[in-house]
Design a protein around this ligand. Structure first.
Ligand code: ZN
Ligand code: ZN
Length: 394
């Protein structure tokens, strides 16, 4: 396999002012879910100037885009993903400005290195990762059709190439009972709050028999109106999570069964309301991971050794990873005690150390993209692993 790391390093060094400039400019103009107009315009203009052909989204996905570079060959099609949405009140405390900047840098470097000697290289701009689930709608809308592999890179408090993420679905359980005087005629009421309490007890009893790494956590979203009224309406919101689709479906069934049992026990009527679409589990492609890890190591980005199943959340790239082989490495911009979505992490996003590691992450990604484009054995190996993991995890 041809070694692209040193040439990629040279390209990224030349592009460094542009890459850090993109990070700074998007950082200074934080935009929320599906409203990232400045960021999308800015990235599209930079990629267009570099020769990428830009297509913009419409409707809900107005701030989505695709920037494509068509090399001399039909295959493969490799996508570098850019996120650029910020968080409410706290701005770019998840560092998505860096994801966007690194995506621009990696794709530009790879394009300059490969020239016409490649398939199609795309930068796909995916809005609204923080709660909006932009990639869910993009997967449904066919934006990733024909893509052989996708890669992005995310700032974190540690460096790790291969990490999994949990599927998650929000569920609300609404119970409808019957109001009555709580002292004079409690026997005439049906207590909806009791149903919520039985639900929590049922879920807590169930925890011992759940698959490893599954999570279920909830709050009482309505608990009644006054202590002297038997609550006629009560509700609870839960997040249900699993590390594979098989585990996730099992958890959904178990939690819903607890909710039904609580209705039966109390006589309250149950209504189950799903909060939006489910995020599916993220399954990293280890074939891509191995190449990328070697690049991290040679660039002096030392992986933390945190196991792939630990310190994980959920992201909309999960849904993409169920249909396209994906990699979502993390690179350290802060010390381990400073976590994403905090004020200190916000400072790290424009720090000297943060931006140095962002450039290394862009270099590793560029070299990985070049390897995928130029080694004919790689994509079949990536695809084989993808098919096997689909069979195993359901
Ligand atoms: Zn985040
Ligand atoms: Zn994030």
């Amino acid at each position: 396999m041809k070694d692209f790391l040193r040439p990629a390093q040279k390209e990224i060094r030349a592009l460094a002012p542009d890459i850090t400039g993109i990070n700074r400019r998007i950082f200074e103009k934080p935009e929320l879910n599906f409203n990232e107009h400045f960021a999308a315009d800015h990235l599209c203009a930079a990629l267009e100037a570099e020769g990428f052909k830009v297509r913009r989204g419409t409707g809900r996905l107005k701030t989505a885009f695709e920037a494509a570079w068509h090399g001399g060959r039909k295959a493969p099609v490799i996508a570098v993903l850019a996120e650029y949405d910020a968080l409410p009140n706290i701005g770019h405390a998840c560092g998505h400005s860096m994801i966007a900047a690194a995506a621009f840098g990696a794709a530009t470097a790879a394009k300059r290195l490969l020239g016409k000697n490649c398939g199609t290289l795309k930068v796909i701009g995916t809005p609204a990762e923080e709660g909006g689930g932009g990639k869910l709608y993009m997967v449904k809308g066919g934006w990733f059709k024909g893509v052989d592999a996708a890669i992005m890179t995310h700032p974190a408090n540690h460096t790790r190439t291969v990490a999994r993420m949990l599927a998650v679905q929000e569920l609300e359980f609404q119970y409808f009972g019957k109001a009555s005087h709580a002292a004079a005629h409690p026997e005439l009421g049906i207590n909806a709050l009791d149903a919520v309490i039985v639900l929590f007890n049922g879920v807590n009893a169930m925890r011992q028999q759940t698959p490893n790494f599954s999570r279920v956590h909830g709050i009482v979203s309505h608990g009644g109106d006054a202590p002297n009224i038997i609550p006629e309406y009560a509700a609870a919101k839960f997040f249900v999570r699993g590390i594979t689709m098989k585990d996730f479906r099992l958890m959904m069934d178990k939690v819903t069964a607890c909710a039904r049992a609580a209705a039966k026990a109390t006589g309250a009527r149950l209504k189950v309301v799903k909060g939006g679409l489910a995020y599916e589990p993220f399954e990293p492609n280890r074939t891509m991971g191995k190449i990328h890890s070697a690049h991290f190591r040679r660039l002096g980005l030392i992986e933390s050794g945190i196991p792939e199943n630990e310190e994980i959340g959920s992201s909309d790239i999960g849904n993409l990873s169920q249909v396209v082989p994906c990699l979502h490495p993390e690179f350290a911009v802060s010390d381990p005690h400073i976590v994403n979505h905090s004020r200190d992490f916000l400072k790290a996003v424009c720090s000297k150390r943060g931006e140095e590691n962002m450039l290394k992450a862009a270099t590793a990604m560029a070299a990985t993209v070049c390897a995928l484009m130029s080694d004919p054995k790689l994509i079949p190996a990536v695809r084989k692993e993808f098919a096997e993991s689909k069979r195993r995890n359901g």
